[in-house]
Design a protein around this ligand. Structure first.
Ligand SMILES: Cc1ncc(COP(=O)(O)O)c(C=O)c1O
Length: 416
C-alpha cells in the first residue's frame, strides 16, 4: 500500500470514535445538543461580514504566505498590548506569521523542527496527557516517539516537565522516564489554557519550561488558542515569560487563533509568533505545503485583532455559563471553575458510559475523556473517568443541558 504506515499507529480522531460509541442509540426527539466539539457558537462581530464583502475583489488573488503587513502589524500590536511586552521585543516582519488556523500550524511545526535523530537516537516529542489530539498526529507523522507527560489533578492538570529532568531524580523524586530521554527531545507541546482540563500555566511555570527547552535544546511550542477565554485573570503567555527572562525568543513559538477569541472557527485564521529563525524556516516550509490565508479573510482578521470589545463580550457570555455550571453542579463530578477555556472536565465514573447515557436520555453529546488521552505505562487511560463538556451554546441551552446532565449522571467515585 502507498499509505504512510505511521498513520496506522494513530487512534481514530476523537469525534470519529464518539460517532462509533453513539451509533445505534436513538436520542429523544429534538435536535441533539453538541457539547462534544469546541466549536464556538456565539455570533461573531457583524463587521466581519462587511469587511469580507468590501474586500471581495481580493478572492481573485493568490495570498502571500507571509500575509499582509497590516495583519502582521495588528497581530504584533495585539501581542504587545495583551502580554505587556517591552518595546523592541517583537518586529512584525520577523516574529509573526499568519496561519490558516492553528491546527495546521501545530501539525506542520513538528515537520519543521523534529529531526530523525537527536543525540544519536530516535527523536522524541513531549505531549501533555490528556492533550489536544493534533499534537499526537504531528509527533507521530513527523517520525518522533511521542512521550506523554501526565497532566492530571496531581500535577495541577499541567505537564510536570520536572519529572523528565535528571535534577529532580537526584532529589529522590519519582521519575517516569530514563534521564537520557531528555536529550532526545526535539519538541514539546504545551497548551495553556489547557484543552481539555482548563488549567492555566503561571509565568514561573512558563519561565521554567523555556529555560529547560534552552538547556536541552528543544523547541517549546505553546498553544495559547484559549488565552482570551478566561475566568478572572488573563493567563500569562510564553512571550511574556521570554521578556522576563531577558527578551530572547530562542526556542519558543506561540500559537494564537481567532477561532475561540472571536468566535470565527470557520474563518480559519490565526498566527504563530516567536523565535525568528524558526519562523523564517516555517515560512519557507509553508510556502511549499501550507495553506495561505485568503486576503479578504486576512482583512477581517486584522480588524478582529484591533478590536477588544467583542472579545470582552464573548468572555462575559462564557463566564455566565461557568457561573450557571457552578450553581448547578456545585462540587459534583469534581467540578471546579476552569481558569481558562470553555470546557468542563468532569469526573463522572466511566466517561464512555456517561457519554452514552447523556445521549440516550437527553440527546446531549459530550466527549469521553479517554479519547483525549493515552494509556500510561500501566495501561491506565488518565481520561477514562472524565467527560469534556464544551459550553458553546447560549446560556439557556447550556443551563438546560447541565441540569439534565446532573440528573442523569451519578457522581464519580474515586480519584485516579
Ligand atoms: C487546544 C487547541 N489548539 C488548537 C486548536 C485549533 O484551532 P484553530 O485551527 O481553529 O485555530 C484547537 C481547536 O479546537 C484547540 O482546542
Amino acid at each position: 500500500m502507498f499509505i504512510n504506515k505511521r498513520l496506522n499507529t494513530l487512534n481514530y480522531y476523537p469525534f470519529e470514535r464518539l460517532r462509533s460509541l453513539l451509533k445505534g442509540i436513538t436520542p429523544p426527539s429534538g435536535r441533539p445538543i453538541i457539547m462534544s466539539l469546541g466549536e464556538p457558537r456565539h455570533p461573531p462581530p457583524s463587521f466581519v461580514r462587511d469587511i469580507l464583502d468590501v474586500n471581495s475583489d481580493l478572492w481573485g488573488r493568490y495570498p502571500p504566505i507571509k500575509g499582509t503587513s497590516a495583519f502582521r502589524a495588528a497581530a504584533t500590536d495585539w501581542l504587545i498590548r495583551r502580554f505587556h511586552l517591552p518595546d523592541g521585543l517583537l518586529a512584525s516582519d520577523r516574529h509573526v506569521l499568519p496561519v490558516a488556523g492553528t491546527r495546521e500550524a501545530l501539525y506542520l511545526m513538528a515537520h519543521l523542527v523534529v529531526p530523525c535523530r537527536k543525540s544519536g537516537e530516535r527523536t522524541a516529542v513531549l505531549i501533555p496527557n490528556p492533550f489536544y489530539q493534533v499534537y499526537v498526529g504531528a509527533a507521530v507523522m513527523a517520525g518522533a516517539e511521542p512521550i506523554y507527560v501526565p497532566a492530571n489533578w496531581r500535577t495541577g492538570f499541567l505537564p510536570d516537565f520536572d519529572t523528565l529532568d535528571s535534577a529532580p531524580m537526584l532529589r529522590g523524586k519519582v521519575v517516569a522516564h530514563p534521564p537520557s530521554l531528555i536529550d532526545r527531545i526535539s519538541l514539546a507541546f504545551l497548551c495553556t489554557p489547557a484543552n481539555p482540563q482548563g488549567a492555566v500555566a503561571t509565568l514561573d511555570y512558563l519561565k521554567k519550561a523555556i529555560s529547560m527547552a534552552r538547556r536541552y535544546n528543544f523547541v517549546l511550542a505553546v498553544d495559547e488558542c484559549y488565552s482570551e477565554i478566561y475566568d478572572d485573570s488573563p493567563p500569562a503567555g510564553a512571550l511574556q515569560a521570554c521578556a522576563e527572562l531577558g527578551g530572547d525568543l530562542t526556542n519558543v513559538v506561540v500559537f494564537h487563533s481567532l477561532s475561540k477569541r472571536s468566535s470565527v472557527p470557520g474563518l480559519r485564521s490565526g498566527f504563530v509568533a516567536g523565535d525568528p529563525d524558526i519562523l523564517a524556516a516555517f515560512a519557507l516550509l509553508r510556502a511549499y505545503g501550507g495553506a495561505s490565508v485568503p486576503l479578504p479573510v486576512m482583512a477581517a482578521a486584522t480588524a478582529l485583532l484591533q478590536d477588544e470589545c467583542h472579545v470582552t463580550e464573548n468572555r462575559t457570555l462564557y463566564r455566565a455559563k461557568v457561573d450557571a455550571a457552578a450553581d448547578i453542579l456545585g462540587t459534583q463530578f469534581g467540578f471546579r471553575r476552569p481558569p481558562g477555556t470553555f470546557f468542563l472536565w468532569l469526573r463522572v465514573g466511566d466517561g464512555e458510559s456517561a457519554a452514552r447515557l447523556l445521549f440516550q436520555n437527553a440527546g446531549i453529546q459530550v466527549l469521553p475523556g479517554a479519547y483525549l488521552a493515552q494509556p500510561d505505562s500501566r495501561g491506565v487511560n488518565p481520561g477514562r473517568h472524565y467527560i469534556r463538556v464544551a459550553l458553546v451554546h447560549d446560556l439557556e441551552v447550556t443551563t438546560w443541558a447541565l441540569e439534565r446532565l446532573r440528573r442523569i449522571l451519578t457522581p464519580g467515585a474515586r480519584q485516579d
